[in-house]
Design a protein around this ligand. Structure first.
Ligand SMILES: *Cc1c(COP(=O)(O)O)cnc(C)c1O
Length: 360
């Protein structure tokens, strides 16, 4: 068996310790004689798995009382609709458009009311985060929406926008659990698990309880109401049971590593190794305004498409996989989530350095 260094943006690398533990429990989960995959979600054993996962997530993020944790399905993309259906109580909401995911959420929002883009970085191919200190937030906006870390373009809101008192809703899919977070600043944050938390198929939403009401867009299906899931402990129907179990293991792993403060420290260190190299290189360069750089997704290019292609192919042959940039932007992208060890980043930089010397 040999593991590669997997720089995929998602589904992405998971901690090896978690995978080993899951493998060891595959045929017989702790004396039950069955896999978690085969288990009734109504069993005591499973209830304990989901309760522990939620408790550990609350501990990790310091989620205050008054917030619900929901384990949902449908990917982060399902939330693009669920958010306006459930939270656009005034029929209006403001969106900050900093990339394709934010744009998709904005477009979806328009199906349910007056969704307006109050800031955008589309003018420079989403290579920066606009100044959000004094935006024209609408008086009747039910919320202000952001995509906090832009997976495709590699930018991050290092300062949250001034929403002028309006509830902040954030897609944190690709920066979930990457550093400490003050949950009380958000009305809702959510993310698909497959970037930094667990397997695809699980979406985790943390929502202020007072926003979870029956006052939803007319015709909102039962399954798409937050209240349905909140009232039933995320088990109105069969939850993505195995995925939640793996997420729970990742939460334990994060706690064992020292929690989010420690992850933040490691992630800043890892990102610095890669960005410092890019800043010094004469062949490779980062594509994003420095102050807005993501710690998780690092896009970079050379000046030649041919060289990009050659680099990606040679890197793959050397065991550094999934470095191809998103199909919409080209070039390269290294996603260096929590589970990517420093060793992987250092070896990648060594490889890039060698490539530059051979081809410079
Ligand atoms: C990947 C991603 C999505 C889409 O996730 P799905 O689970 O495939 O729907 C949405 N937002 C962000 C920030 C992402 O990185």
């Amino acid at each position: 068996m040999s593991r590669v260094f997997n720089f995929s943006a998602g589904p992405a690398v998971l901690p090896e310790a978690v995978l080993r533990e899951a493998a060891a429990e595959m045929l017989d989960y702790r004396g039950t004689g069955m896999s978690v995959m085969e288990m009734s979600h109504r069993s005591k054993t499973y209830q304990n798995i989901i309760d522990t996962a939620e408790a550990d997530l609350r501990k990790l993020m310091g989620i205050p009382a008054g917030y619900k944790v929901l384990f949902l399905q449908g990917g982060a993309s399902q939330q693009f609709a669920m958010i306006p259906m459930n939270l656009m109580k005034t029929g209006a909401a403001d969106y900050i458009v900093t990339g394709q995911w934010a744009k998709k959420a904005w477009q979806e929002g328009k199906l349910y009311g007056r969704a307006e883009a109050i800031a955008s970085s589309a003018d420079k191919t989403f290579s920066y985060i606009p100044d959000c200190s004094d935006l024209p937030v609408h008086d009747d906006a039910s919320y202000v929406y952001i995509c906090e870390n832009n997976t495709i373009y590699g930018t991050k809101f290092h300062t949250l926008p001034n929403t002028k008192g309006k509830p902040l809703v954030a897609d944190v899919s690709s920066c979930f659990l990457s550093e400490p977070v003050d949950v009380s600043k958000y009305a809702m944050l959510y993310g698909g698990a497959q970037k930094n938390v667990g397997p695809a198929g699980v979406v985790i939403a943390v929502i202020r309880e007072d926003l979870i009401t029956e006052d939803v867009y007319p015709g909102t299906p039962t399954m798409l109401r937050y209240k349905t899931h909140a009232d039933n402990g995320s088990m109105y129907n069969t939850p993505p049971a195995y995925g939640i179990y793996i997420c729970g293991k990742v939460f334990k792993w994060l706690l064992d590593q020292g929690g989010l403060a420690e992850m933040g420290r490691r992630n800043r260190e890892k990102a610095a190794v890669l960005y410092d190299f890019l800043d010094a290189s004469r062949m490779f360069r980062g594509t994003v305004v420095k102050k807005d750089r993501s710690l998780m997704n690092v896009p970079f290019v050379t000046d030649s498409d041919e060289l990009n292609k050659k680099f990606i192919a040679e890197a793959e042959a050397a065991g550094f996989v999934n470095l191809k940039g998103h199909r919409s932007v080209g070039g390269m992208r290294a996603s260096i989530y929590n589970a990517m060890p420093m060793e992987g980043v250092k070896k990648l930089v060594e490889f890039m350095d060698g490539f530059e010397k051979r081809n410079g």
